[in-house]
Design a protein around this ligand. Structure first.
Ligand code: URA
Length: 211
């Protein structure tokens, strides 16, 4: 598995704004989307291209165009929804599948409460988006779901990750074509399983507290 931690100054700047507890939800949402667009720019660097004919106002020529099949963006509900617009801003032709995974705050294990994905993902490049890579349980479950349906290429996009989560995904993705793109890699998890220093609960920061 390949792990990329962005070194782009705009990413670093926006992550600091995102971490600030005084950043209001509206600005948090905007920053989260801007950040994932920047990460997606890096993560789509090697998308395959095909050559097509194009007629300009001046001449007939050929040019590169994204080759099929259509990529699939999979936001992990609920917090991953906060990154969807930023992904489709860059990949407007992508299809979108949904996976609802909730983390039990005591055991820190994920369970599935919603799923809407194509049955057959053979040959599809899947971009899983979830703001926080903490224990890695959610991404591990998502990777299992997608590979069971035939996906062979999975790119995970997270704004902030912890080494514990990276290790868990690395173990689960052994032998698979999985990449992880992070905006920042923080030092560790705290006793409650939150990324430290992190930004708190990404879902709550995006959408408010729902009990
Ligand atoms: N989920 C979050 O939203 N934040 C964390 O720090 C860890 C998991």
């Amino acid at each position: 598995m390949r792990v990329h931690v962005s070194e782009h100054p705009l990413v670093a700047h926006k992550i600091t704004l995102l971490r600030d507890q005084d950043t209001p939800s509206a600005q948090f949402r905007q920053l989260a989307n801007e950040l994932v667009t920047l990460l997606a720019f890096e993560a789509t660097e090697h998308l395959p291209l095909t050559s097509v004919a194009v007629t300009t106002p001046v001449a007939e020529t050929t040019g590169p165009k994204l080759a099929g099949p259509t990529p699939l963006v999979v936001p992990i509900l609920r917090a991953g929804l906060g990154l969807l617009d930023g992904m489709t801003a860059l990949l407007p032709t992508a299809e979108v599948g949904f996976l609802g995974l909730v983390r039990d705050e005591t055991t820190l294990k994920p369970s599935t409460y919603a799923e809407r994905l194509p049955q057959d993902l053979t040959g599809r490049h899947c971009f899983v988006v979830d703001p926080m890579l903490a224990t890695g349980g959610t991404l591990v479950a998502a990777i299992q779901y997608l590979t069971e349906r035939g996906a062979t290429q999975i790119t995970c996009m997270c704004l902030i990750g912890a080494p514990e989560g990276v290790k868990a995904v690395e173990e689960a993705a052994a032998g698979l074509d999985v990449e992880v793109y992070l905006g920042a890699l923080d030092p560790r998890l705290n006793e409650q399983g939150y990324i430290y220093p992190g930004l708190g609960d990404a879902g709550d920061r995006l959408y408010g507290v729902c009990d």
